[in-house]
Design a binder for this molecule. Structure first.
Ligand SMILES: Cc1ncc(COP(=O)(O)O)c(C=O)c1O
Length: 382
């Protein structure tokens, strides 16, 4: 284990090593106050108004910035609130590049921007090996593309994009690289170290980890003009994370490292067991040596291949849905990253515009006993 890993483990476990100077408490308080007093000179004592920032948000933002190796981090009321706020900084006439298969909510937002704001959007094929670099290169318009937005492992086919190569291509074209690292948090993939300018997380998933907080995170390598614009946009659009949710997010992050390792171990056991299963067309998991993105994933993921995988059921949408309704341990529900295992028929959840195969079941692996999880999927497939 490297020094960096140790630092992250300790940083997370101790929630930033908080000790309240007044009381000695090792868990930070929640500050619900929406407004903040001024002193006798009418200067602000600390904060002003909670929509522009509050001490509980700042607490988790500081730990997030250290976790990512970022200059600053911001938390949002949801992942999508973070994405929408970030893309608000793109001006009409500019061009954005993103993968064709990606988190569908972000893709929907980009299409909406394109239609309403005169922003050009090109979707590229992340399945193009190696690491999607050539397809990305062809999509970037030098001087016009201002943002390249990728997922290191695209949701829900888990094709792998080479983050370092993507950063080089984006920068050569004069664009910034934003990485949605929701399923590849910094305990395994350090997007900013790999060259990304901005890293994003749906904090709803692994960071919080217990399916009880909706949150978003952006962290930046440099607090540059675009970042100042993002900060202003958060205040003006109002998508800030509430104090209680900020507190819960920090609490959840204390166990991120161990949760993620266990979840990735379980996912690997499941992927290996069901690889070549007669009832499946394929298991999509970057940890399998047979996965086309395995070599790139191995290079850029330093602590396991994550806990998301998809099963292509031998059959059609109805066959796949039948499997998802027969499980007894896997909960048939959307979302991911919690300690409990979930299974979903992704095309149903994404709706009529979905480009996801109809026989695909997306699986979010939790921290349960792997043998029981495997037995549950076996009986559901049987
Ligand atoms: C990869 C990815 N990005 C972004 C989001 C959006 O996050 P939220 O649901 O917290 O708004 C999700 C949610 O599922 C996601 O899986």
């Amino acid at each position: 284990m490297t020094e960096t890993d140790r630092t992250i483990e300790t940083l997370l476990a101790q929630g930033g090593h908080f000790i309240d100077p007044g009381t000695g408490a090792i868990v930070p308080p929640i500050h619900p106050s929406t407004t903040y007093a001024r002193d006798e000179r009418y200067e602000l004592i600390g904060y002003e108004y909670s929509r522009s920032g509050n001490p509980t948000c700042a607490q988790v933002e500081e730990v997030l910035a250290r976790l990512e190796g970022a200059e600053e981090a911001l938390v949002f009321a949801s992942g999508l609130a973070g994405i929408v706020t970030f893309f608000d900084t793109v001006r009409s006439g500019e061009h954005v590049v993103a993968p064709r298969v990606m988190y569908h909510g972000a893709a929907d937002w980009l299409r909406r921007l394109a239609g309403r704001r005169g922003i050009g959007v090109t979707f590229f094929d992340a399945a193009a090996a190696p690491g999607a670099a050539r397809a990305l290169e062809a999509a970037v318009r030098p001087g016009e593309t201002s943002v390249v937005w990728i997922e290191a492992s695209v949701n829900p086919t888990w094709d792998v994009i080479d983050v370092r190569a993507a950063a080089e291509i984006a920068h050569a074209g004069g664009a910034v690289l934003g990485v949605d690292a929701t399923v590849t948090p910094a305990v395994t993939l350090r997007a900013l170290d790999l060259g990304a300018d901005v890293v994003f997380h749906s904090g709803t998933k692994y960071l919080a980890g217990h399916s009880d907080v909706t949150a978003g995170v952006l962290a930046t390598r440099r607090a540059d003009a675009r970042w100042e614009d993002v900060k202003l946009a958060r205040t003006l659009m109002g998508g800030v994370l509430g104090p209680f949710e900020s507190w819960l997010l920090l609490r959840g992050m204390r166990t991120l490292h161990v949760r993620y390792e266990r979840q990735a171990e379980n996912a690997m056991a499941i992927a290996r067991h069901f690889d070549s299963h007669p009832k499946l067309e394929a298991v999509l998991y970057p940890g399998l040596e047979s996965h086309p993105g395995h070599a790139v994933a191995k290079r850029q993921m330093t602590n396991g291949f994550g806990a998301m995988l998809s099963l292509l059921v031998a059959g059609d949408a109805e066959d796949a849905k039948r499997v998802a309704t027969r499980t007894r341990l896997f909960v048939p529900a959307t979302s991911l990253g919690g300690v409990e295992s979930l299974i979903e028929h992704r095309a149903t959840v994404e709706g009529p515009h979905s480009v996801v195969p109809q026989n695909l079941l997306r699986v979010s692996v939790g921290i349960e006993n792997a043998v029981e999880l495997i037995a549950d999927l076996e009986q559901a497939l049987g």
